[in-house]
Design a protein. Sequence first.
Lengths: 52, 167, 595
Amino acid sequence: MEEEQTVRELGHDEFNPNGTLALITLYFLILVVMWVFMYFVEFLGNELTVVG
Amino acid sequence: MNIHSYEKIWLVVAILLIVGFISTVTYGATAVGIDMVSDDGGTVNASALDEDPRFSDPRVEQVGDNEYEAYVVAQQFIFKPDPITVPANSTVTFFITSPDVIHGFEIVGTNANTMVIPGQVAELTVNFNEAGEYGVLCHEYCGSGHHTMEGSVVVQPEDEFENGGAE
Amino acid sequence: MGSALETGTPSFVDRFPQEASVVKSALMSSFIALFLGAIFGLIQGLHRTDVFRVLDSQFYYTVLTAHGVLMVVSFTIFFLVGVFTWAVVRSLDRPLEDIRYTWAWYGLMVTGTLMAVTAILGGFVPSSGLSADVLYTFYAPMQAHPLFYGGLAIFIIGTWLAGADWFRSWYNWKQEHPDERIPLQTFMVLTTMLMWYIATIGVATAVVVFLLPWSLGLIENINPLLTRTLFWFWGHPVVYFWLMPAYLLWYTVLPSISGGRLFSDPLARVVFVLFLLLSTPVGIHHQYLDPGIAEGFKLIAMTNTMFLLLPSFLTAFTVVASMEHGARQRGGRGLLGWLRALPWRNPAFTGMALAGLMFAAGGFSGMINAGMNINYLIHNTLWVPGHFHLTVGTASGLTFMAGSYWLWPQLTNKPLFSRPIALGQTVVWFVGMALMSNAMHVMGLFGVPRRTAEPQYQGFDFVASFGSITELRMQLALGATLLFISTLMFVGNIALSSGSPTRSGLGKPIRQPLSPAADSPEVLDNLKLWFGIAMVLVALAYALPLASIVSGSGIVDRGVSAAPMLIEGVSGLSPIAVVSDAVSRVGVVIAGVLV
């Protein structure tokens, strides 16, 4: 197996996880859309909701 | 404690998302009026169902204007009554119990879904609109014949039901 | 944590040969369980979709019980005790206190597993009188042979003793290092075990106080709602018992494999403390549709569960940030371009990365499951197994396999037999799981039930609002087949590695985190405090519901009779007669299964 090839060292103060922020924002948006779809379309749009 | 500013942002956003989920569910419980199956149905003696006025004779009974109660027994491996017949445009409260093991009761393709536990009575109220037919199945493993356990709910046009269409 | 990066590092087995031996045994038990469980899983996937039925449908439930127990009790927990032993010894840099004690608890776990699995497999041999066709959840009043409950109890006691072993190591280390923070891996192990001690109160009570005596005929009745509630008291935190070893690997191993460093040690501690606090007071979310439990208790469980999302959300950020750090250290650039600089040819990396990605999807279906009233839509449908195959099946399962590619050579001083096959295995798993789980989620939305041998009914058809049920069944069967092939690839690769020549220098060091433990408040290491708070939260969540169940239907319910899932019942016999009876029946089973 190949060993890790470190091209440069990044210390704590030099590293900003911009890519992570972008990906997690995308994830957040997917969650919101999926939740709204599941709850309001799939669930509330389904028949025989229990009301009592 | 040294937390990166991006992670602080995400912490706040995550908490907002969680609060959003809780709010949606609360909206469903209050504004939409969805009730959870609870202990409202009370308990029952599972080995003496034939002495209970409801479950000794599983049936649908009218209790008000467009209001009905359905007494259902789920047991290995049938639902009684089968079919469960109700009229269109009615509000039906199901009371479901079991004399043997834990079963499930799902009106297929709908949100009417509950567990059936011997000794407990599951009570749930739903509104039926148009005439039609639904399948019912047991979704909690209850023995070797579990996969054969099915029933049905028949929603009859109102005039047909009044003329004693079925019971 | 470990020392500076150097090549030709001594491996774990070089430094701690006796400990490596135990870890290897635990991992081997785990892989054997995975392999057997996978055979059963394939049978199920082909049977319920009506693609290929090799057994009579009543035996489906025997298969299902075996698959569940082997996968989520044996495979996962044997792996956990292996990885946790490795992690404690490595991070404290200290051998175990008494290796015989360690072998003893491992031996108990093996004994318990063999007892339970024998009882389950007895279901294939009706003449044995042994069976446990009760599924992994063993809901009363369905009743299994006492060997099943006894086996589970002994297994759990083994895990309790394992935890004590690691606490003892830490305690002795602390005498020699009084002012140091708990090393991160050990911190994770200890907080997980504290959670486990709290969680197992539920299932241990259900099994030891009620189900085992009941199956022996010592008590006549039980209250099925009570034992079910006690099961789920444990049944939710156990999923964190499956996840925490995966999180341990993601936090402490994955950053180094990615070429980087853990983004934040303090946040990792916070996450594990949150799991200790919140994992148990949520179990009622598995009972949203149960009669006999008031809506208020369900609402509390729902709120607690939603907050339990927080440590996983934090984990997503920290783990991805650590991977990004590694990618950028490897020369990756750009907002998303760094993804290409990750070591995708390393199966340990790719497996964990794919597992994490799949967990993001599984987490979502879990959020739906948690949503109290939306549970009406999916409860006990095929959506639920769709969800947990993504989480325990992939987030845990695939991470365990990927982690094994990294760890196994360090336990054996033998390199992995084939890196390309290992890499292929992770991809096949991901694709197979994506197909199977997607089909399960969608069919669940159409109302198709879980835990059912033949979900094809006479009186009605399932209506698919998009696609077709037939296509979805084929997809499920295909996915299950790919998963089985992937399992063979994994087990085969590990097995064939024993033929590799021994090599030195296979040790893999772990880099220091970017933000070290010293950056966090010392109160995080105050395990007694967190344990105390966790107990209070559990008491708040469960005292009233349990009291209400007992006052409503009794500590035992005399109206409910046992339903032995047996050919001949054994209740009424003395325990000694039952045990000797069981031993002779075990012989019949072994003969019956082998012939």
